[in-house]
Design a protein around this ligand. Structure first.
Ligand code: BDR
Ligand code: CA
Length: 313
C-alpha cells in the first residue's frame, strides 16, 4: 500500500488518475492539491471534488493551490484538449465542491509531517505548487519518500511545441526548482505515456460499468476527439494514471540510470524542454555522482486494461 498525495490540474486524464487512486486497494490517497493548468485552479478543484465524490471518496482533502506560473506570466489553459470545463463538457454543476480550509502548500506540508518517510507525491500538472512548497519549507524533501511527475519527454518530441511537454512548458521555472530539490524524483514523460493508449474499445467497456465507468467513458469522448483531430486516430495518452501507476508499483518499469534532468527556461523555441542527457548510450551510462533523477524508459504493456477493469467494476 502506497501513501499518495496527488497534485492535479483536473483535466480528463487527471480524472482517470484520481479514479485509479481512489479505487485501487494498493493506494492510500491522503490528499489532493490543485494547480492551474488544464483549467483554472478553481475549476480544477471543482472537478477534483466531483470525481472523488463519484468514486465514493469525497472525504479526501482537496486544497486549492497556485493560479498561474511561478514567474507571474499569464496562465494559459487547454480547453481544446479537455473542454472549457476540463471534463469534456461533463462537469457537474449541481454539487458544491468540498474544499479544504488550508492551501495546497499547507496541506502538502501537513501531510509530509503526518506521513513522514512514507508519503509519495505524484504530480501530474504544472509543478507550481511543489516549487511553492519548497519555498515555504526547504526541509520538505527530507520527509518525502519519492516524487513522481508526469512531465517532460526523454527522447521524443513534445506535445505543446516541438520540444516541450505541456506540464513542464506551462511552468519551466517551477519545474527547474523541483528538479533541483534534494529528493528522489522519477520522471514519467511523453515517451512512455504515449505507449499506454486509451481507445473507443476501452470506452465501450467503461460505459458498460457503474457510475465511475460511465462518467469516464463520457469524458473520454472529448479527449479522443481531440487526439483524432491531429493524429487521425481515436487513441489518447493515458498520461496521468500511468505516472500514478509507476509511483505505486501498479506497472513494471524500465528505469534509466540516475541522471540530472534540467529544464530549458529560455524564451526561445525550446522553452520547457527537459534535457535528460539520455541520448546515445543511455543504457550503459553509470549512475552519476550527485544526480538524483530517474527517467522511465519503458513500461510493461497492459496497465490501461487493468485500469479500465478497475474503473468499470
Ligand atoms: C499532460 O498535460 C495535461 O494536458 C495532461 O493532463 C497531462 O498531465 C500531458 O502532457
Ligand atoms: Ca494533468
Amino acid at each position: 500500500m502506497t501513501t499518495v498525495l496527488l497534485d492535479v490540474d483536473t483535466g480528463i486524464d487527471d480524472a482517470l488518475a484520481l479514479f485509479t487512486a481512489a479505487l485501487s486497494n494498493e493506494i492510500d490517497l491522503v490528499g489532493c492539491t490543485i494547480v492551474w493548468g488544464n483549467v483554472d485552479v478553481e475549476q480544477g478543484a471543482r472537478n477534483t471534488s466531483e470525481v472523488l465524490r463519484l468514486a465514493g471518496h469525497g472525504d479526501v482533502a482537496v486544497a486549492v493551490g497556485a493560479a498561474g506560473p511561478r514567474d507571474g506570466r499569464a496562465a494559459v489553459f487547454s480547453p481544446q484538449v479537455h473542454g472549457d470545463d476540463g471534463l469534456g463538457g461533463c462537469a457537474d454543476t449541481a454539487h458544491e465542491p468540498t474544499l479544504a480550509p488550508e492551501s495546497a502548500v499547507e496541506l502538502m506540508l501537513r501531510l509530509s509531517h503526518e506521513h513522514a518517510g512514507s508519503l509519495e507525491i505524484v504530480a501530474v500538472g504544472p509543478l507550481t505548487n511543489l516549487a511553492a512548497a519548497l519555498d515555504a519549507d526547504p526541509t520538505l524533501p527530507e520527509r518525502i519518500r519519492q516524487v513522481t511527475i508526469m512531465g517532460g519527454a526523454a527522447l521524443a518530441p513534445g506535445n505543446v511545441s516541438e520540444t516541450a511537454e505541456a506540464n513542464i512548458w506551462h511552468d519551466p521555472e517551477a519545474a527547474q526548482v523541483v528538479f533541483d530539490a534534494p529528493w528522489e524524483l522519477t520522471m514519467v514523460g511523453l515517451d512512455v505515456t504515449m505507449t499506454s493508449l486509451i481507445t473507443d474499445a476501452h470506452r465501450a467497456r467503461l460505459s458498460a460499468g457503474g457510475a465511475v465507468g460511465r462518467f469516464s467513458s463520457d469524458i473520454l469522448d472529448f479527449y479522443l476527439a481531440y487526439y483524432e483531430s491531429f493524429s487521425g486516430e481515436r487513441a489518447s495518452g493515458n498520461h496521468d494514471a500511468l505516472a500514478l501507476a509507476v509511483a505505486t508499483g501498479l506497472v513494471r518499469t524500465t528505469l534509466s540510470p540516475i541522471v540530472d534532468v534540467t529544464v530549458d527556461c529560455s524564451d526561445g523555441p525550446t522553452r520547457g524542454r527537459t534535457v535528460t542527457r539520455l541520448e546515445g548510450e543511455w543504457g550503459t551510462w553509470p549512475d552519476r555522482d550527485g544526480a538524483r533523477h530517474r527517467v522511465v524508459m519503458e513500461v510493461e504493456p497492459g496497465f490501461e486494461e487493468r485500469m479500465v477493469d478497475l474503473l468499470a467494476a
